[in-house]
Design a protein. Structure first.
Length: 71
């Protein structure tokens, strides 16, 4: 049985950042307004959301690997 539950300080916040980033990235496709130039087909807010997901995911992975070392 696999349980996913935050154990280290900050895990809930990192999960929030990941989920918010994914939601924000998707919502930006649905917006129908002029947001300025896109870079590689992505708008600046999507790039920020993608960066947030990658950074928070990296921190969460590091926390998980540190927990495994101490078990």
């Amino acid at each position: 049985q696999v349980r996913i539950r935050p154990q280290a300080k900050g895990d809930i916040f990192l999960l929030y950042l990941i989920l918010y980033g994914v939601l924000r990235f998707g919502m930006e496709f649905l917006r129908n307004d002029d947001r300025g130039p896109s870079v590689g087909g992505l708008y600046p807010s999507q790039i920020v959301a993608l960066g947030m997901v990658l950074i928070a995911g990296s921190f969460l992975a590091v926390h998980a690997s540190e927990r495994r070392k101490h078990e």
